[in-house]
Design a protein around this ligand. Structure first.
Ligand code: FPP
Length: 235
């Protein structure tokens, strides 16, 4: 397909609620449809040979949603982790997590840890769930860790700082996709997205299937990433 694929795609899945409302359905039905879209995304990226896929499943700010919606979402995460484990094993996909693990209900935390342990040896792709994640909090936490470790100012290089992020092995995203027409990062991977290409789709998350992903990849393939250099230097 496209000649230049991103190594790491990060996705802000937005629009489940609007998808449901348009159909006269409760918001929960939008989230259920959103899970199917996550499954399809992972499958397609695996097929294409994309190395890393990260999805923003729940931000720290999302705790402000009604209690019933929050508990529905966490039940969904739990069910997803349990149901998808055989597929992750079959497809040789490693599961990873970024976010405040301490915020999570015990059962979800346990299921995440179990799935991460089981898939730890998988090598074909890394699928990262961002749950109770906030980019600023990740940066502040890293800064606090640096202080706790007693690092001297000159020791706090970019490289050293990265080792203090939630998942130091996660490469920077090459492409950040946000659905539903919103054009914001909303505290997602703030440190890591410094040079990411951004792609905003008007499509609501449950409708973001392989065809829509293809559009995002085509857009990405057509972009020139200069990383501060001039066009001439890149020739
Ligand atoms: C955004 O839609 C979606 C969320 C906050 C939750 C994301 C969850 C899923 C896609 C389902 C579960 C995912 C996994 C990984 C199992 P919204 O509710 O903000 O939509 P709206 O802006 O239209 O209200």
């Amino acid at each position: 397909m496209e000649e230049k694929l991103p190594e790491h795609i990060a996705v802000i899945m937005d629009g489940n609620g609007r998808w449901a409302r348009e159909r006269g359905l409760p918001r929960s039905r939008g989230h259920l449809a959103g899970v199917d879209a996550v499954r399809a995304l992972v499958r397609e990226c695996r097929r294409l040979g994309i190395g890393y896929v990260t999805v923003y499943a729940f931000s720290r700010e999302n705790w402000r949603r009604p209690e019933t919606e929050v508990s529905f979402l966490f039940d969904l995460f739990l069910q997803f982790l349990r149901q998808e484990l055989p597929e992750l094993m079959k497809e040789d996909i490693r599961l990873s997590f970024i976010g405040e693990a301490g915020d999570l209900p015990f059962a979800v935390r346990h299921a995440l840890e179990y799935a991460m342990k089981k898939t730890a040896g998988n090598r074909s792709m890394v699928f990262t769930l961002a749950i109770s994640y906030a980019g600023r909090e990740e940066i502040l936490r890293a800064a606090r860790l640096a202080l706790e470790k007693g690092l001297r100012p000159e020791e706090l290089t970019e490289e050293a700082f990265r080792t203090l992020l939630y998942d130091p092995a996660l490469p920077d995203p090459d492409l950040v996709i946000r659905t539903s027409g919103e054009e914001r990062l909303s505290n997602f991977l703030l440190f890591q997205s410094a040079y990411a290409e951004l792609y905003f789709s008007p499509v609501l998350w449950p409708d973001f299937g392989p065809e829509e992903l293809k559009k995002a990849l085509t857009s990405y393939a057509g972009r020139v990433r200069r990383f501060g250099r001039t066009d001439e230097q890149l020739r």
